[in-house]
Design a protein around this ligand. Structure first.
Ligand code: GDP
Ligand code: MG
Length: 202
């Protein structure tokens, strides 16, 4: 069984818990406890594979932390902002930059993490502060997927969004596997070249 670890990050009150709970239960519950962090588990069958999905929904204070452990833990990220709150867009931007920071040599990733930027609370578009184009541009410039939706009003869209990021994570798993096996093949070739030649010269 494949383990897929997904972190839902973003500013306080952007709807991280609402989106997570909507995906898991198809329900919208107005208020969620925000003072503790949760890891939810869900079994999924996708692309012929049995998946054990873990979703990390941080508590509000945690959003301000260094993120180092989340970056290390997660295979992919959903970054949430609230389209009616410009400051939440700035937080999302900072998070994306942090995720896309060039890796330090000791924690190099073979494949870039999958990231999906979500403009939540689309039902509040009459008080919109962040344009659709702005969100899309931030995502495009940083190799992220993008969508706008409403955890309050849309169940199917929320599900589609989660499935999209999970599929991207699975694609990355395949890429990593490919690189690993071609890496070990070229290592075998190298060893063969070096020792093969030596044997000949003895
Ligand atoms: P979190 O701090 O990011 O986990 O945010 P919550 O999920 O706790 O949501 C914060 C507030 O925004 C709550 O009052 C939710 O009811 C509300 N909320 C979440 N999603 C939506 C949405 O799509 N539309 C509207 N109008 N309110 C939402
Ligand atoms: Mg929350």
């Amino acid at each position: 069984m494949n383990d897929v670890k997904l972190a839902v990050l973003g500013g306080e009150g952007t709807g991280k818990s609402a989106l997570t709970v909507r995906f898991l239960t198809k329900r919208f519950i107005g208020e969620y406890a925000s003072n503790f962090e949760s890891i939810y588990n869900k079994h999924l069958y996708l692309e012929g594979k049995q998946l054990n999905l873990e979703i990390y929904d941080p508590c509000s204070q945690k959003a301000k932390c260094s993120l180092a452990s989340e970056l290390h833990w997660a295979d992919g990220f959903v970054i949430v902002y609230d389209i009616s709150d410009r400051s939440s867009f700035a937080s999302a931007k900072a998070l994306i930059y942090r995720i896309r920071e060039p890796p330090t040599s000791h924690c190099k990733r073979a494949v870039e993490s999958a990231v999906l930027l979500v403009g939540n609370k689309q039902d509040l578009c009459h008080v919109r502060e962040v344009g659709w184009e702005e969100g899309r541009k931030l995502a495009l410039d940083n190799r992220c997927q993008f969508c706008e939706l409403s955890a309050a009003e849309q169940s199917l869209e929320v599900e589609t969004m989660f499935i999209r990021i999970i599929k991207d994570i699975l694609t990355n798993f395949k890429l990593k596997e490919k690189r690993r096996s071609s890496g070990s093949k070229s290592m075998a070739k190298l060893i063969n070249n070096v020792f093969g030649k030596r044997r000949k010269s003895v």
